[in-house]
Design a protein around this ligand. Structure first.
Ligand code: NAD
Length: 485
């Protein structure tokens, strides 16, 4: 495979109080498809985090007092600029993460949509009036919390940055965001766009750096009033402990082991491409990846055969080559996938139908892994329980609805699920029984759906991103009572 990925040398500074801030030491940003550096970002830490939180604190009263309609206009201008820069943003996102260009375009579009959506609903943060007594007039004020902290991962940097920052700003908060060291550019580009769109200095700050320096400094900073974290369970726990010390709310989005559950009466022609996409998209590095396939025994052989054939035909390449499957984000993530799959096969946890290895032709180029299907996996096996975060689908047959539900709920996670059936009653029974934040019937993921509240139960996290709920989560309610007679 040849690549025409341009190798640029570009410095991307932090954006603090509206100003580009660099540090003496830098972090190289690699294209995971070539393993070559093409940009660098500051190796910032506690000092820069402190400056950013102070800038956000200073900007908070002015932004909170800005009329919602004016805030909405600025957020709409950010949305418009994101769309205008679609090409540039998608190319950077593709090089930064390795994802195929077409997925990067979709991410840019969703990022623009977040700002458009929250621009509108930010104008609807109304309070209530309460009939307390004839002598009193009682009402609620929905107020911003102050400064929101955001720690985001590398899998959808632009989209997740927009997902978490847009509702915070719409509700009148100011923000400090730390992107992942592996893919920090989307957040910086977003902060630059926000500045250009007229967002006042200090309202949205981005500080790059490593997790255990910049990330932990942000999580522990006493000047933040809310923390939103997307990433691993281990770091989610650390962030929660830090938030507990500051007594601030925390939203955790920690991934999953989401099932697609296919009954014998399902429309397989509809289901198969979506089941494949649910695990191939973003090379399986999606918190809501459909990484488990639960299939009714009578159609098990047919479904596995069709998926195996499809997986074997998937083309791989660097992001800008726009093949169907890109690389994993890093050598570390690739090696983790290699180790989990090889261990599972060696242990007899399932039968490898296709994939299960680094593609030989791309082994020296980037961090690729073949789309992999492991069949007849015991639902309690490690490979059926652990979030692999790679293009690895594990298949378990079931005998009836009760067993399907038990398998679906049989992990520590509960993020999303897909149910494939023509039986309307069963679809609703399954939707009620499944322990997850989102259930899709005869579809999966619904293209991002910024309107849909999104988040987990069990170890997938708590709190909700997206939808009206995310914005409500960035507010606090004050009750006011006035004696009128
Ligand atoms: P991670 O949790 O280490 O990183 C996520 C973010 O947290 C990054 O911005 C990182 O810099 C920051 N961080 C790291 N240590 C920190 C600390 N001590 N304090 C504050 N912030 C810190 O995740 P990872 O190591 O990049 O990936 C490991 C696994 O996590 C993956 O294999 C996958 O299972 C899961 N993951 C899930 C998601 C998701 O969307 N839910 C995203 C990325 C990774």
């Amino acid at each position: 495979m040849t690549t025409e990925t341009p190798i640029l040398t570009t410095d991307f500074a932090c954006v603090i109080n509206g100003v580009d801030i660099a540090t003496e030491s830098w972090i190289d940003v690699l294209d995971p498809g070539t393993s070559q550096p093409f940009a660098r970002v500051p190796d910032a830490g506690a000092t820069e985090i402190d400056s950013a939180v102070k800038a956000a604190r200073a900007a908070a009263p002015g932004w909170a007092a800005t009329p919602p309609v004016v805030r909405g206009r600025i957020l709409r201008a950010i949305s418009a600029l994101i769309s205008e820069r679609r090409e540039e943003l998608a190319r950077f996102e593709s090089m930064d993460t390795g994802k195929p260009l077409r997925q990067a375009y979709a991410d840019v579009d969703v990022a623009a949509r977040y700002f458009e959506f929250y621009a509108s609903i930010g104008e609807t943060l109304f309070g209530d009036t309460m009939g307390l007594s004839p002598d009193h007039f009682a009402y609620t004020l929905r107020e911003p919390l102050g400064v929101a902290g955001h720690i985001v991962p590398w899998n959808y940097p632009l989209q997740i940055s927009a997902r978490t920052v847009a509702p915070a700003l719409a509700a009148g908060n100011t923000s400090v965001l730390k992107p992942a060291e592996e893919a920090p550019l989307g957040a910086i580009l977003l902060a630059r766009i926000a500045r250009e769109a007229g967002l006042p200095a200090g309202v949205f700050n981005v500080v790059t750096g490593y997790g255990d320096t910049a990330g932990s400094a942000l999580a522990a900073h006493p000047g933040i009033n809310h923390m939103s974290f997307t990433g691993s369970n281990e770091v989610g726990a650390l962030v929660t402990i830090a938030a507990a010390h500051n007594h601030i709310p925390v939203v955790l989005e920690l991934g999953g082991k989401s099932p697609n559950i296919v009954f014998a009466d399902a429309d397989l022609d509809l289901a198969i491409p979506m089941i494949a996409n649910a695990i191939v998209q973003n090379a399986g590095q999606t918190c809501s990846a459909g990484s488990r396939l639960l299939v009714e025994a009578s159609i098990h052989a047919e479904l596995v055969e069709r998926l195996t054939t499809g997986f074997a035909a998937i083309t791989l390449g660097v992001g800008l080559d726009n093949q169907e499957l890109g690389p994993l984000i890093s050598a570390k993530q690739r090696d983790r996938v290699v180790s989990l799959v090889s261990g599972a096969i060696a242990d007899g946890q399932g039968v490898l139908r296709t994939g299960g290895k680094v593609p030989p032709a791309l082994a020296d180029q980037g961090f690729f892994y073949e789309p992999t299907l492991i069949d007849n996996v015991d639902p309690t096996a490690e490979i059926a329980q652990v979030e692999v975060f790679g293009p690895v689908l594990v298949v378990t047959p079931f005998d009836d609805e009760a067993q399907a539900l038990a398998f679906a709920n049989g992990t520590d996670y509960g993020l999303i699920a897909g149910v494939w059936t023509r039986d309307v009653g069963r679809a609703h029974r399954m939707a009620r029984g499944i322990e997850a934040g989102q259930v899709f019937v005869n579809t999966y993921g619904a293209g991002g759906g910024v309107e849909l509240p999104f988040g987990g139960v069990k170890k997938s996290g708590h709190g909700r991103e997206k939808g009206v709920e995310a914005m409500i989560g960035y507010t606090q309610l004050k009750s006011v009572v006035v004696r009128i007679s």
